[in-house]
Design a protein around this ligand. Structure first.
Ligand SMILES: *Cc1c(COP(=O)(O)O)cnc(C)c1O
Length: 339
């Protein structure tokens, strides 16, 4: 394979049709052996449940090139487990953790020249997808499923380094109190396209989703989780059944507590209690950590640390997490899987 002619330092977040992807099909109660393929088009029935009723789930994770040139995944077993929970909620078959992680490794290995060089800040993003297919038009679990993983090199979220973004609270909800907010499903994203667009049109990076029942507490920041830092060294993040459990967030909770001796709290984050936060951020695989400058709440703009500069605790957490992911800092047991 030839080394691709890409400007590694200026990649965005764009789809790219790489040479190989993994595909496995479920039929008559079992998965086939699964294989790498060069075909980037899915061939599915027009009556597929994924297309009509949103019976699908997805994941997102990255492969990182380390200083010694090797390539590694960050906690892929956690993505596998989360996809299994999504599958349970939508009555889809499990992809077992071993098959999931092995498929990730195969896709990265097959496209190894597309894993960006160490030091560029860029990574190879993996998109696992589980969809209900087969010809049934009634609303019930699909008779067949496809599990696929494709990949693309993506740039760091912040090309010139970390910088704060501003957000605005949404009038709409991405999920219902007992709906699918805790599952990584396309339906939640379908509900988020309009509020996201409205936030962008108003000049904000994205919208802040509030708890769907009362609209008084912060739940999510666009497609990322929220965290706040208090003056007395607490790391606080919302706890709610309609929040997507971010692997980045749980990793930061661990790092904050175990490595930086912070008090970590999962609990309510009421809009009328934001004054206690000296710093705040949004976190997820794509954004890593996105410092929050401020949030527009009605007529009031609530500023956290600064809209220009990044706070010291956010910076410290970011450096530790990224250092672990790129292999520069020792990872907690079991967090790194070599390709
Ligand atoms: C994927 C996702 C996140 C981030 O989860 P990570 O595991 O950290 O990538 C946060 N919120 C929503 C709604 C998501 O879909």
């Amino acid at each position: 394979m030839t080394i691709p002619d890409l400007d590694w330092n200026n990649l965005g977040f764009e789809y790219r049709d790489l040479p190989f992807r993994y595909i496995s099909k479920w039929k008559d109660g079992k998965w086939d052996a699964g294989t790498l393929t060069e075909d980037s088009t899915l061939h599915v029935s027009e009556a597929s449940a994924a297309l009509h009723y949103g019976q699908q789930g997805f994941e997102g994770l990255k492969a990182y090139r380390t200083k010694d040139g090797s390539v590694q995944l960050f906690r892929p077993d956690k993505n596998a487990e989360r996809l299994q929970k999504t599958a349970d909620r939508l009555i889809m078959p499990h992809v077992e953790t071993e098959q999931f992680v092995e498929a990730c490794r195969q896709v990265v290995a097959a496209n190894i020249d597309w894993v960006p060089p160490y030091g560029s800040g860029a990574t190879l993003y993996l998109r696992p997808l589980l969809i209900g297919v087969g010809s049934v038009i009634g609303v019930r679990p699909a008779p067949e499923y496809i599990f696929t993983i494709f990949a693309m090199p993506v740039g760091p979220y912040y090309k010139g380094g970390l910088k704060p973004n501003n957000y605005i609270t949404a009038e709409f909800d991405r999920a219902a109190p007992h709906g699918t907010g805790a599952n990584k499903v396309g339906g939640n994203y379908a509900a988020s396209i309009l509020p996201g667009q409205l936030a962008h049109d108003a000049g904000f990076a994205d919208c802040v989703y509030l708890d769907p029942a009362t609209h008084t507490k912060i739940e999510e920041i666009g497609g990322a989780n929220f965290f706040g830092i208090t003056a007395d060294n607490q790391f606080i993040t919302p706890l709610s059944p309609s929040i997507l459990p971010s692997i980045t967030k749980y990793s930061l909770l661990h790092i904050a507590g175990e490595r930086f001796g912070m008090e970590t709290i999962e609990g309510d984050v009421p809009l009328d209690g934001l004054d206690k936060f000296v710093e705040a951020g949004a976190c997820g695989t794509a954004a890593v950590i996105s410092p929050i400058g401020g949030i527009q709440i009605g007529d009031n703009f609530h500023k956290f640390y600064s809209t220009e500069e990044v706070g010291p605790v956010t910076t410290k957490l970011y450096n530790e997490l990224v250092g672990i992911q790129f292999g520069d800092i020792e990872a907690p047991e079991g967090w790194i899987v070599k390709v």
